[in-house]
Design a protein around this ligand. Structure first.
Ligand code: ANZ
Length: 844
């Protein structure tokens, strides 16, 4: 007897796929159209978890779907295997991060194979292999040559726990993205990638992704790049030769500026204080120290009382020559705009709070009560017929404490008086430009990407420092600069790269003149590794280059990317950036790496995120042992829209397993012979079969995996019914339905599908069979139900052919018992017919 033993099936078909190279995509003669389907590659920290089970089920559904539709599908897998968790785990356990990492990779690999993911294993990569990170170093040097990788000293985010710097993107609400420690600011010399050069393109190209990327991710990226448009205005400073520029989004309010504020940690603030009185110097020094001790979280808290120091210096407003006192205050950030602002307390809340705290003047320059559009306001009347006039905001922000941020018309502003805000902005920019005291300007929230890390387990930065401080790229033929072994190194985080202690490795020679020189001891942020890995999969075994441009042309961009929304900014922004860099360097011909993006939801347990500490962790491998791969995959697909969270307590892997066993039993029961064409049989079942074949592709492409599974369940039940009815297991429609079930299942439950296919008498893998097209004649609806209304009420229904003509339908409707009864002896005055659905009769 044929048994449905899921575990035996898994072993059988895994080795079949391996032996036959079923999922390899390396035949250059393959002429099928191509699809590149990619899941965000995993980080090897322990075995796969339920989150992986979900994301990789969805990615594999998409890959298997396109394959079944006749595409040559590239579906590769690799590991993002450098990074802090490996290093921290290694320190805790006293082992080499290599051993920990590669052992985890082996474990995850075993689980992936059991799960039946249709990967092309011949392209497997690990970012911690020298064969991979050699090309990170190549990329770094390409960017170094173009000035896109550079070193600078500046205030950086410092994680006191991991003892390393962090990119802005890795600071979440003032805390370290990895460990949650409150991030500190330190001034350090670090390596950066010049992502700010690409801010406009990163922003503008988001338009191309609308509709195929989740709107939320697009909005988050827009927000992160944060482009503001406005003007730069130059203020002369008494007793200083150079002017100070401020960035403002509201140059129209220039006549309302009553003081200037500079960021306390800026060089400008220090210099202005230095040139002031002894008392100011002392007060400023104290204040600066106080500011340095506060965290970013504290500084950005708007409800905190305003603090600051008057520098006893004055700026001159270029439009009216007014003297504005200059203050240093920590609500102004050193690294946004120019680090200095013109304060307009009447129209900016932060400036108003500050002005009220320090008793500085407030001058209204925009009348927010003056209408700016031509529309006549609709005025409502009260019970007495008197107009109810809207209450006008009080134009006295100094008293109310509410800044007037809205639209309006200019006042107290000389030549701008009477203009709307928008017109005034335009006019003043023209004026400033003509006078040479300002210009239109943009400002971005996006900062350059800090890529150096003071940790061991990453790609060494391929730079050599000459004795004179000069920087020299390691020549290409000397790449990779391999990580030294850990023997003799102390990996404990201590603020300096552990690589510094590898004396033999550090001490090298200047590639230019052979003089003694030192290697850079920092390693790269692992987001560099993942910023271009989709390209490496295309030439994973090529030792001569990062990737073959011809292969990139063939396969890129990725058609479908699948992964978590936690990467909405970091990884996805960096990948988009590096893709544009590679485009500019002439290595590729496209500018966006991922055509479409699917963000899966989370797998929860009892409404909460799973975690060991909460004791609600569901182990993926235990689920695999218990139910088998197919049942878990089907459960993931059936749970709901893929973007939604799945609560594992609310779904039933057991139910999925039973459904699969029922489907499998159909294949065993079919008694008719296999044939190249499907032949007749039970008409109703045939219609249902062909409906599923017709609908499954569209539903799968729209990620309505749950609907497809529901329809499969219905068809399995209907087929069983037909077998149990008179027609029996020999009815050709039963074979037809069962074959269709196997074909659709091949996308969702590959092991069951393969075995059904073989039980049904086919040789080889179902994946090479392709798809059966639905017979269009079986998709035509046989009859539809027309509604008969009399005077607006439904009185009867009648089943008619969908193609019925209106006259015939009207005649039928008038003959129905319900219509006759409702009409009685009343006269019919009108009949409206919308064939084939409605007949509407009116009487008098
Ligand atoms: C005068 C003004 C008047 C402003 C007004 C706003 C309203 P976004 O939209 O975020 O770009 N600003 C400029 N540089 C700053 C810095 N380094 N730290 C803190 N604030 C800074 O904000 C731009 C506005 O934020 C600028 O326009 C400036 O204040 C302030 F009715 O200038 B505004």
């Amino acid at each position: 007897a044929i048994e449905y033993d899921v575990h035996a099936l898994q072993v059988k078909w895994q080795s079949y796929w391996d032996e036959h190279g079923t999922f390899r995509t390396d035949d250059p003669a393959d002429t099928r159209p191509r699809k590149y389907v990619l899941d965000m590659f995993p980080y090897p920290s322990g075995d796969l978890h339920m989150g992986h089970a979900e994301a990789f089920a969805f990615g594999d559904i998409v890959a298997r779907y396109w394959r079944q539709q006749g595409f040559n599908v590239l579906h590769p897998i690799g590991w993002d295997s450098f990074g802090l968790p490996a290093e921290n785990a290694a320190i805790k356990r006293g082992v080499d991060p290599r051993d920990w990492t590669y052992a985890n990779i082996e474990q995850q690999k075993t689980s992936f194979r059991r799960y039946g993911t249709s990967f092309d294993w011949s392209r497997e990569l690990h970012t911690s292999d020298p064969e991979y990170y050699k090309w990170n170093q190549w990329l770094f040097l390409e960017m170094f040559k173009k000035g896109l990788a550079y070193r600078k000293a500046s205030w950086v985010n410092w994680c006191p726990n991991d003892q390393t710097v962090l990119a802005n993107e890795q600071v979440v609400e003032g805390r370290c993205e990895r460990c949650g420690a409150v991030v500190e600011k330190q001034k350090k010399t670090q390596w950066y990638f010049k992502i700010t050069d690409y801010a406009d393109r990163l922003l503008d190209d988001l338009k191309q992704l609308e509709g195929s990327w989740p709107a939320k991710v697009i909005a988050m990226q827009r927000n992160w790049i944060g482009r503001s448009t406005g003007a730069e205005v130059d203020f002369a400073i008494e007793g200083r030769d150079e002017k100070v520029s401020v960035f403002t989004t509201r140059p129209d309010t220039l006549f309302g500026a009553t003081f200037m504020v500079v960021a306390p940690e800026s060089d400008l603030a220090a210099e202005l204080a230095e040139g002031s009185t002894d008392a100011v110097r002392a007060a400023f020094a104290d204040y600066r120290q106080q500011v340095q001790q506060s965290t970013e979280i504290e500084r950005q808290d708007a409800s905190r009382p305003k603090t600051g120091v008057f520098l006893d210096r004055f700026a001159i407003n270029p439009v009216n020559g007014e003297r504005l006192p200059v203050w240093a205050a920590d609500y102004v950030l050193a690294d946004y705009g120019t680090g200095a602002v013109m304060a307009v307390p009447a129209h900016d809340q932060r400036d108003l709070d500050f002005a009220r705290a320090f008793d500085l003047p407030v001058r209204v320059v925009v009348d927010v009560n003056a209408p700016v559009t031509g529309a006549i306001p609709v005025i409502e009347l009260d019970e007495q017929g008197d107009p109810i006039l809207p209450e006008l905001p009080d134009l006295n922000p100094a008293a109310t404490g509410e800044a007037l941020a809205g639209e309006g018309r200019l006042m107290n502003s000389g030549p701008l008086d009477g203009l709307s805000k928008q017109h005034a902005i335009k006019r003043i920019i023209e004026q400033l430009t003509a006078d040479g005291t300002g210009r239109a300007a943009k400002s971005y929230r996006l900062r350059d990407w800090l890529i150096s890390r003071q940790r061991y387990w990453g790609t060494p930065i391929p730079i050599v420092h000459g004795a004179d401080g000069s920087l020299h790229p390691v020549p290409l033929e000397q790449l990779p600069v391999e990580l030294p072994r850990t023997e003799g190194l102390d990996l404990q985080p201590k603020g300096q790269s552990p690589l510094g202690a590898a004396t033999e490795w550090v001490e090298t020679v200047n590639p230019v003149d052979g003089s003694p020189a030192l290697r850079d001891t920092d390693t790269m942020d692992t987001f560099v590794d993942s910023s271009w890995y989709p390209l490496r999969f295309l030439s994973a075994n090529d030792e001569t280059r990062a990737f073959d441009p011809a292969e990139a042309e063939k396969w890129s961009p990725v058609d479908q990317y699948v992964g978590g929304v936690e990467h909405a900014i970091l990884h996805l922004l960096y990948s988009r950036f590096i893709t544009k860099v590679l485009y500019d360097l002439g290595h590729i011909t496209f500018t966006e790496p991922f055509k479409a993006l699917l963000n899966q939801g989370m797998v929860l347990m009892d409404g909460a995120k799973m975690s060991k500490s909460k004791g609600n962790l569901v182990e993926f491998v235990e689920q695999l042992d218990q139910y088998g791969a197919d049942a878990i995959r089907v459960t993931m697909a059936f749970a709901g829209p893929p973007e939604d969270d799945i609560d594992w307590a609310d779904v039933s892997a057991n139910g999925s397993a039973k459904f699969l066993a029922r489907a499998f039993r159909l294949a065993k029961d079919v008694t008719s012979e296999r044939d190249v064409v499907w032949k007749g049989g039970d008409e109703k079942l045939r219609r249902q079969t062909h409906r599923l074949l017709a609908d499954a592709p569209g539903l799968t492409e729209a990620f309505k995996f749950n609907v497809v599974v529901a329809r499969l369940m219905e068809l399995v039940n209907a087929t069983r019914k037909t077998i149990d009815s008179g027609a029996g297991a020999g009815d050709p429609a039963v074979r037809e339905a069962t074959e269709a079930i196997a074909l659709v299942l091949s996308i969702y439950a590959p092991y069951t599908a393969e075995e059904m296919w073989s039980v049904l008498g086919y040789e080889g893998s179902i994946t090479s069979f392709g798809w059966r097209k639905a017979d269009p004649t079986l998709l035509v609806e046989q009859s539809v139900t027309a509604v008969v209304q009399v005077d607006g009420k439904v009185r009867d229904r009648v089943d008619v052919p969908p193609t019925i003509d209106p006259d015939a339908l009207q005649a039928l409707a008038l003959e129905t018992a319900g219509a006759k009864r409702a009409i009685g002896d009343k006269a019919i005055v009108n009949v409206v017919v919308r064939a084939p659905r409605i007949v509407s009769i009116s009487t008098k």
